[in-house]
Design a protein around this ligand. Sequence first.
Ligand SMILES: Nc1ncnc2c1ncn2[C@@H]1O[C@H](COP(=O)(O)OP(=O)(O)O)[C@@H](O)[C@H]1O
Ligand SMILES: [Mg+2]
Length: 238
Amino acid sequence: MTLPPIITFRQVSKLYGHGEATIRALDHIDLSITAGEFVSIMGPSGSGKSTAMNIIGGLDVPTSGEYLFQGIPTSGFDRAQLTLLRRHMLGFVFQGFNLLARTSAVENVELPLVYRGMDHRERRSRAMIALEQVGLKGREGHTTQELSGGQQQRVAIARAIVTDPAVLLADEPTGNLDTRTSAEIMELITRLNRDNGITVIMVTHEEDIAAYGKRLLRFVDGHLASDHAQAKEHDHVL
Ligand SMILES: Nc1ncnc2c1ncn2[C@@H]1O[C@H](COP(=O)(O)OP(=O)(O)O)[C@@H](O)[C@H]1O
Ligand SMILES: [Mg+2]
């Protein structure tokens, strides 16, 4: 038995607006991503990258075509089912970290588990494990403003993986970080992909950040302009 791809787009289009003003953000995209892949997405501003990520993330739906998750068409999902997909299968990391201020690292990481109705002790213990995985053991009690940008992004990654998602969606995860800290964050994401088997889909503007992915998609004007496997030039560093 072969498993279906974790992510499939069949002729996915996304239109915004009406009539003359219609914008075709995605134009008949066919795509499939297998569990365990690390896919980088590049492309000019306005080429449809965020639209594609929002659809994968269950935050938006195609105008036409079909998005399948683990082979299951999502067009039949209602709002509650899309929420379940987001909470149970996907982890999100953004450029801006999006942590609660004046709140400890461990409380930020516990947050997605609160929605599961998990009791406090189990939540705390899972959050501590996630923080250890991202190299923040000993910083659990620090509030957001007591942490550096790189440490805040580590907390955000811990929050994304505490639910044990199948897919990590990262939109410009190093956009606010210096070169050295970006490399550390990319090594962490690479490790989560390689050792924990999390499927990673990451948008970036920077070629050297995109190079961490094993596959590179380039979007142009809502089309998939190229789709290549890439050698991992960072392997020797690890
Ligand atoms: N909510 C929206 N309403 C109207 N147009 C939108 C909306 N979101 C995106 N667009 C348009 O769709 C196109 C693709 O946008 P987007 O996916 O954000 O591109 P990227 O992330 O590659 O910069 C752009 O022309 C953008 O202006
Ligand atoms: Mg964007």
